[in-house]
Ligand binder design. Structure first.
Ligand code: ADP
Ligand code: MG
Length: 266
């Protein structure tokens, strides 16, 4: 579903560098991305969604080379194929909850808004526990409610790829489990792929695999000494080739390992 090769990226004006020699995410896989603040997790999601473009290297999403698309087609591809739950939600203050959830349908001709979609939006909001807030302004919601609106908006078009940036971060434990169930159910129902940045280490066992950005920050503790994972396994060489990791890291590099088979637990 995602194939990244020889990717490098930096922002102008600071020293941060993201370097990903190789990363594969399989169709239907649920991948958790962890790592310290500032290690480039959000940057990775922005690159995968085509919001920003790499300096060098290739990003293939659903067999589409993002770099080969112009800005308009990349945007249409993103709206049609990718659901993105942003870390800061990015709700529109001048729209109510329902119109925020329906927003993707209003900004591209690639999605068609009709009565069925509206009903699905309302049903989704119901299941997220915000069905009684559809007419509220986005501004008048709690952080947890905003987060659930953002999740509804990302899920409604039934995207093939769901990117979630700390999507359970602002939720209380009860809602956290419930929302994660909904996220996973929705991903399974569409055969979609999930890439989720999370700080909730107790949720990691529900994912198929974990990528840890910390292991590639300069001066980091070697992976084998870390105790983050419930059942550490060797690197998955097929998905990220350790040989292609540079000797001298200049920023965040990533490596991954499988933690399954624990799907459905917890
Ligand atoms: P994380 O999500 O892991 O906390 P980010 O990907 O948001 O990390 O940021 C990685 C680094 O890039 C940080 O040092 C951050 O300050 C910097 N950064 C993020 N966004 C921008 C931007 N738009 N312009 C310049 N620097 C940025
Ligand atoms: Mg972030």
């Amino acid at each position: 579903m995602i194939a990244i090769d020889q990717l490098t990226f930096g922002y102008s004006g600071n020293e941060f560098r993201l370097s990903i020699p190789r990363l594969r995410v399989a169709l239907g896989e649920k991948l958790a991305v962890i790592g310290p603040s500032g290690s480039g997790k959000t940057t990775l999601l922005n690159l995968v969604s085509g919001i920003i473009t790499p300096e060098r290297g290739n990003i293939l999403v659903a067999d589409t080379e993002l770099g080969a698309l112009g800005d308009a087609r990349r945007r249409d591809f993103r709206i049609r194929s990718i659901g993105f739950v942003f870390q800061d939600f990015e709700l529109l203050d001048y729209l109510n909850v329902l119109d925020n959830i329906l927003h993707p349908y209003r900004i591209t001709s690639a999605l068609r808004l009709d009565g069925v979609v509206r009903e699905r939006a309302e049903a989704l909001a119901d299941r997220m526990g915000i069905g009684d807030k559809l007419k509220r302004w986005a501004n008048d919601l709690s952080q947890g409610e905003k987060q659930r609106v953002a999740i509804c908006r990302a899920l409604l078009p039934g995207p093939r790829l769901l990117l979630a940036d700390e999507a359970t971060g602002n939720l209380d434990p009860r809602n956290k489990g419930r929302i994660l169930d909904l996220l996973f159910d929705s991903v399974d129902a569409h055969g979609a792929t999930l890439l989720a940045v999370t700080h909730d280490h107790e949720l990691l066992s529900r994912f198929d695999r974990v990528v840890d950005f910390a292991d590639f920050l300069p001066g980091s503790v070697p992976v084998t000494n870390r105790n983050v994972f419930p059942s550490p396994r060797p690197f998955d060489g097929d998905r990220l080739d350790p040989r292609s990791v540079p000797d001298r890291p200049t920023g965040a590099h990533i490596r991954s390992r499988r933690i399954g088979p624990q799907r459905g637990e917890g």
